[in-house]
Design a binder for this molecule. Structure first.
Ligand code: HEM
Length: 187
């Protein structure tokens, strides 16, 4: 499996370095952190109101989940990212959801929700030129996290297929190309 450093290297080469955006968030972090409660509520109100996502949760789990999301949100808007931060995104935010059987499309849709909620909040709270700058920074950082989530998801499934069948990753890739070619060619 690629590690978080390799995935981030690709992300930054293709989409741009994270550091300038981290600097923007650092400047506004104190105000942005105040929205943690609002964020956690908006996020889980949505996940608990849609059957396929609501069914993932155990009875009584919501308060714990909200606390974890508040911690996550505050760290993201702090703009303070070290290697442990990215490792945490890859493992805990990415792989812990694979452990709970949550599909990638749920994760990426939830990240889109996070970005949209943030966008509305930031437009309400700041003049539009500042709002655009802050949102651009938040989007870049959360896109990097979404990329880690998607990569961790795919590599854990590939490793699982490889370990359970004895097929090499190269062979699985060749099969995937055949499957994609077949599906792509369908009318
Ligand atoms: C952008 C998307 C998401 C973010 C940022 C996020 C964030 C988090 C964080 C920070 C944790 C705690 C991880 C830890 O430190 O142990 C967590 C756990 C969890 N999340 Fe999410 N989450 C996302 C999407 C979802 C979705 C879509 C679902 C359900 C449909 C979900 C269900 C859960 C569950 C069940 C756990 C507990 C995992 C365990 O058993 O350890 N999350 N999430």
């Amino acid at each position: 499996m690629k590690d978080h450093r390799q995935v981030l290297r690709d992300f930054e080469a293709i989409s741009g370095p994270i550091e300038p955006y981290a600097e923007v968030l650092k400047r506004y972090a104190d105000r942005l952190k105040e929205w943690d409660e609002f964020f956690a509520k908006a996020f889980y109100d949505t996940l608990f109101s849609y059957g396929p996502t609501a069914s993932v949760f155990r009875e009584g789990e919501r308060p714990e989940r909200e606390e974890a999301l508040k911690v996550w949100y505050r760290k993201v808007v702090s703009g303070e990212y070290d290697d442990a931060f990215w490792d945490w995104q890859f493992r805990k935010v990415g792989l812990s959801h694979v452990v709970r059987g949550i599909p990638n499309e749920f994760m990426l849709s939830a990240m889109s929700l996070v970005q949209r909620v943030f966008f509305h909040k930031v437009l309400e709270a700041f003049p539009s030129d500042e709002a655009v700058r802050i949102y651009g920074a938040f989007k870049h950082v959360t896109d990097a996290i979404a990329t880690l989530i998607a990569a961790g998801y795919m590599y854990s499934y590939l490793d699982a297929v490889s370990e359970s069948t004895g097929m090499s990753l190269k062979l699985i890739e060749r099969h995937a190309i055949l499957v994609a070619r077949r599906e792509y060619g369908k009318d």
